[in-house]
Design a protein around this ligand. Structure first.
Ligand code: NAP
Ligand code: HSE
Length: 452
């Protein structure tokens, strides 16, 4: 413990994008923080891999860089260990050691908490210490505090959101500036939004980590991260972005979770991460760049929409600092948001094929008489009602393909369905893919329609 009760001493692990943001905020807003908490928050040690590297911001007064984890854990002056390194194994070791040494922990690491959270939360509860993680979901947006405290009196029904800044940045740049996927990803990396391994961002795993944390906070159940159905944006084609716009939609990477049935006892959780067409009139469709947003529905509150910067040094540093300030105010730990039981039991998982949604389907078909009739027949056989279609003009140079004894150029044929079962759509696409009608694998995304 700090020898001076008016001060709170931090050991920070990581001085990269988020670590630098935190240090800047603690330094530049020192007076505001002092007046809000009455505590002088000081940084004593910062753990890095390479202590000789030039840093993005100056070290705070009295702080030093170290490459030894022990300098944080074994220093009795350090009250709070702030983990901002990334990865899972080493941070898990650091957090476990810090809690065992009686230190509060703040982290921005969603992978760590999605994969090993239960064990670490159990340890924090046993020691009555904070294991705070506001920055781990949606950067600067106070979604953790909102679910844990602001909406704590509600029975929550659903949450849906843009949970990954990098993916949203890439889709926005592709959609509004016509940038190529790789170029947009490179920019997101340069701006400090992407994970050290950007596959986590573009394949949807980072959003899935965050979704697992949100489900735990919303319903007090454990939906194992590895069982979440996840599809990222790496296969989203510019053509689909354009066709989606023609129907009045934007493609967004959404994380969603919904209570099916009237209670956890009688129902289950349907959840996942996937590119989704969002109707342009919905607020979620207008969330651009590295911004994130979450819409939460509760029985008492109705709908709440939170929007803000989802990644980057200062927004994320702001959320980390908020957790530090809560500790400085001597608030009681409320890590999981639940007391009885404090730790989640397993969620009843609703299989993804049991879900219902509107769907966008793009087929590449041979433009000859009878194709539309045959596509429609397969849809009808599987209980799918078609809401809208677009058949694009023949493009010069498109390959000529056979369908039965007829030949014609291949053309894109796009279908928007009314609400349909995912199982029916899956079956229809399987049948279409196995027929002579299609010349490329079908593309299918769920749709968040105007009134859903
Ligand atoms: P980063 O820029 O790559 O910084 C990582 C820092 O950790 C670096 O200072 C690095 O030291 C240090 N580090 C990494 N491995 C280490 C090791 N084995 N031993 C000692 N130090 C080590 O990462 P970041 O973007 O700040 O992200 C940090 C965490 O915040 C991650 O969990 C990430 O998911 C999460 N997060 C990031 C954002 C964002 O917008 N970037 C937003 C929310 C949450 P060196 O500098 O010497 O290499
Ligand atoms: N890589 C993450 C993102 C950082 O792009 O959303 C914020 O968690």
């Amino acid at each position: 413990m700090s020898s001076n009760p008016c001060s709170l001493t931090l050991g920070i692990a990581g001085f990269g994008t988020v670590g630098s943001g935190l240090v800047r905020i603690l330094t530049e807003n020192r007076e505001e923080i002092l007046s809000r908490t009455g505590r002088d928050i000081r940084v004593k040690s910062i753990l890095v891999r390479d202590a000789t590297r030039q840093r993005a911001c100056p070290l705070p007064d009295g702080a030093r860089l170290t490459t030894r984890m022990d300098d944080l854990i074994e220093d009795a002056d350090i009250d709070v260990v702030v983990e901002l390194m990334g990865g899972v194994d080493l941070p898990a070791k650091l957090v476990e050691r810090a809690l065992n040494a009686g230190k509060h922990v703040v982290t921005a690491n969603k992978a760590l908490l999605a994969e090993t959270g239960n064990r670490l939360f159990a340890l924090a509860a046993e020691k009555n210490l904070h294991l705070a993680y506001e920055a781990s979901v949606c950067g600067g947006i106070p979604i953790i505090q909102t679910l844990r405290e602001g909406l704590a009196a509600n029975r929550l029904q659903s949450l849906v959101g843009i949970l990954n800044g990098t993916s949203n940045y890439i889709l926005s740049e592709m959609s509004t500036k016509g940038l190529a996927f790789d170029q947009a990803l490179k920019q997101a990396q340069e701006l400090g939004y992407a994970e050290a391994d950007p596959t986590l961002d573009i394949e949807g795993f980072d959003a899935a980590h965050k979704l697992a944390l949100l489900i735990r906070l919303a319903w007090g159940v454990e939906y194992p991260y590895a069982q979440l159905p996840v599809r990222g944006i790496s296969q989203v084609q510019p053509a689909d972005i354009v066709y989606a716009r023609e129907f009045g939609y934007r493609i967004k990477l959404l994380g969603h979770a919904r209570l099916i049935g009237d209670s956890l006892k009688n129902g289950g959780i349907e959840a996942g991460v996937r590119p989704t067409l969002v109707h342009e009139t919905l607020l979620l469709a207008r969330v651009g760049g590295a911004y994130n947003a979450v819409r939460v529905e509760g029985d008492a509150i109705g709908s709440v929409f939170l929007h803000g910067r989802g990644a980057g040094d200062m927004p994320t540093g702001s959320a980390v600092a908020a957790d530090v300030l809560a500790i400085a105010r001597n608030s009681r730990p409320n890590n999981t948001g639940f007391v009885r039981p404090a730790l989640p039991g397993p969620a009843k998982i609703v299989p993804p094929l049991e879900a219902h949604s509107h769907f966008y389907i793009r087929l590449t078909v041979t433009d000859v008489p009878g194709v539309l009739r045959d596509v429609a027949a397969i849809m009808a056989e599987n209980g799918i009602s078609i809401a809208q279609v677009i058949q694009k003009d023949r493009v010069s140079g498109a390959p000529t393909l056979a369908y039965g004894d007829q030949k014609g150029p291949s053309v894109p044929f796009i279908v928007m369905t009314h609400e349909a079962s995912a199982a029916g759509v899956h079956k229809a696409l399987e049948t279409l893919a196995g027929s002579a009608m299609l010349h490329e694998s079908p593309v299918c995304y769920p749709v968040l329609a105007k009134r859903s």
